[in-house]
Design a protein around this ligand. Structure first.
Ligand SMILES: [Zn+2]
Length: 112
């Protein structure tokens, strides 16, 4: 059993009832849920599946909202860009971004 990367107290259990909401459509996906803090981590391939289903429903690409968790590395927090956004916005490791805090939102913009 994998330890929860969020609270580091609980263990991740396989579940099949995680809900993702995109433009009012609710998708039920498989993933893992922490038995302590209740954080849900859908499997990457499940998230991808939701993305392709959304496209067929015509609710893609805008607005685009995916739920991601930050991970920790070397004392800092890492945000991983979903591969779909990476392709769509043609991002790579040389992409310059700016991060703005607007209220309780973080807006990441591609520079240039
Ligand atoms: Zn947890």
């Amino acid at each position: 059993m994998r330890k929860c990367p969020i609270c580091e107290k609980g263990e991740l259990q396989k579940v099949e009832d995680i809900t993702l909401e995109i433009s009012g459509y609710v998708f039920v996906v498989k993933g893992e849920r922490c038995n302590y803090c209740r954080e849900e981590l859908p499997y990457e391939e499940e998230t991808e599946r939701v993305v392709s289903v959304s496209r067929k429903l015509g609710v893609w690409p805008e607005p685009l909202k995916l739920y991601r968790h930050l991970s920790k590395s070397g004392g800092g927090l890492i945000f991983r860009v979903p591969s779909d956004i990476e392709r769509q916005m043609k991002l790579d490791e040389s992409t310059e971004i700016s991060i703005a805090k607007i209220g309780n939102k973080m807006v990441i913009e591609q520079e240039g």
